[in-house]
Write a protein that binds this ligand. Sequence first.
Ligand code: PXP
Length: 257
Amino acid sequence: MQKLLRICIFFCTFAAIMTRLSVNINKVATLRNARGGNLPNVEQFAVDCERFGAEGITVHPRPDERHIRRADVLAIKSLITTEFNIEGNPEPAFIDLVLSVCPHQVTLVPDAREQLTSNHGWDTRAHLAKLSAIIQRFKQQGIRVSVFVDPDPIMVAYAVKAGADRVELYTGPYAEVYEHNPAEAIAMYRGAAEKAHELGIGLNAGHDLNLKNLSAFVQAFPWVDEVSIGQALIADALYLGIEETIKQYKYALSNSN
Ligand code: PXP
C-alpha cells in the first residue's frame, strides 16, 4: 500500500512539473474552410487531440473568421475536457466571446486584423492601464489570463503589474536563431524566462516551436508551464498522423524536464 502511495506521489509530482502541450488547431480549420464543408471536422479533431494525449486545445479566432470561427469556439468548449485556451486581440467582440465561453485560459495577443500571424508581443508598459482593466474583467470570471510578450524582462515585469497570471513568450525569434545558433537562441530568452520565475508569474511559450527546437527550450527553462503549438505540429501530422505526432511532441517535452 505504501509502495503504491509512493508511486502515486512520484507520478503526481512528475505530472505537475511537466510542461503541458496545448495543440493549436487553427490550421485544421483553415483546411476545412478551403472547401466550405465540414472536412476535416475541427471539433472532432480537438477531441481526438485530447484522446491522443494533448493537455489542452488552443484556438485563435480572428475577426474575419478565416480559420477558427465563433461557432467552433462555442462548440469546442462543451466537447473537450482538458484546458481550453483562446488567444486573440481583446477587441470588444473577442472579449464578449471569451466571457460567454469562459475558457480555462485567455491569451491576449496584440495582432492586427490584417496580420498573417502574431509576430510580436505587447508593450505591457505602454498598455499597462488597458491591459490591467481587461485582465481584471477576465479574472473576475475565473479565467486565467496570459499575456503574449517578446522576450524582454521589462515586458514580463509590467505584465505582472497588470495582474496577468502568466506570460506567453513569443518564440518566433527563438526558432529563427535556433536554426544556426542554438546557444544564442536560448541566451536571448534567459532574462525574460528568469524574470518570470523570479516574479512568480506562470510561463507559457509559443510560435514556431517544433520537434527540433522544443526540447532545448524546455530543458533551459524547465518551469515553462505550457507550450501551444500549431503550424509545425499539424504539418508533422501530415506525415506521421496526429496520434504519433502528439506522442513525439510529448516525448520532446518529457525528455527535457
Ligand atoms: N501563440 C500565439 C499567441 C499565436 O498567435 C500562435 C499562432 O496562432 C501560436 C502560439 C502558435 O504558433 P505556431 O502555429 O507557429 O505553432
